[in-house]
Design a protein. Structure first.
Length: 161
């Protein structure tokens, strides 16, 4: 069978089903009009309830951006993950949010191993970068805790809490 024959069969089946439904509704209207108009009224009522049941309670709120200040101490926290052990990567260039492989840092020095910073680590903001019309989308931070103290890099501003 070709696609045209299949399409024709589908159209014919839809026409036949629609015709049967219409004829049974007209038959119901003639034999018992109370039931017919009751069903029509019930469907209209349900549609009205569905359309009018929405509320204007506002939008769903997500993580809000804070007014970050350079020189202040903050903590790293990724609001996009529930896993506390998920690291935040310090990037050499703002906006280079590429996937990274943990094996890249194996056997490298402290500089490379300090590119993945644990959540909850204290940092100090040293600068900002705008991106795509959003003010302060990226933040330049310096790690102020642990073995990577003094390391710096760029992260997304939403990761600073």
């Amino acid at each position: 069978m070709s696609n045209e024959e299949n399409a024709k069969k589908t159209v014919d089946a839809a026409k036949e089903t629609g015709g049967k439904l219409l004829s049974s509704m007209m038959d119901l209207k003639e034999k018992s009009p109370k039931v017919f108009f009751g069903v029509v009224g019930g469907v209209v009522f349900l549609l009205l309830v569905i359309m009018l049941s929405g509320d204007d309670s506002g939008t769903i709120s997500g993580p809000s951006a804070k007014n970050l200040v350079a020189g202040q101490r903050y903590v790293l926290k990724n609001p996009n993950t529930y896993e506390i052990e998920s690291p935040i990567k310090l990037l050499p260039v703002p906006g280079s949010m590429a996937a990274f492989d943990d094996s890249e840092d194996d056997g490298k020095g402290k500089v490379e191993s300090c590119r993945r910073i644990a959540q909850g680590t204290a940092v100090i903001i040293t600068g900002f970068q705008d991106f795509a019309g959003k003010k302060n989308a990226f933040v330049n931070v310096q790690v102020d805790d642990g073995q990577c103290k003094g390391s710096s890099g760029w992260i997304s501003a939403i990761d600073v809490q």
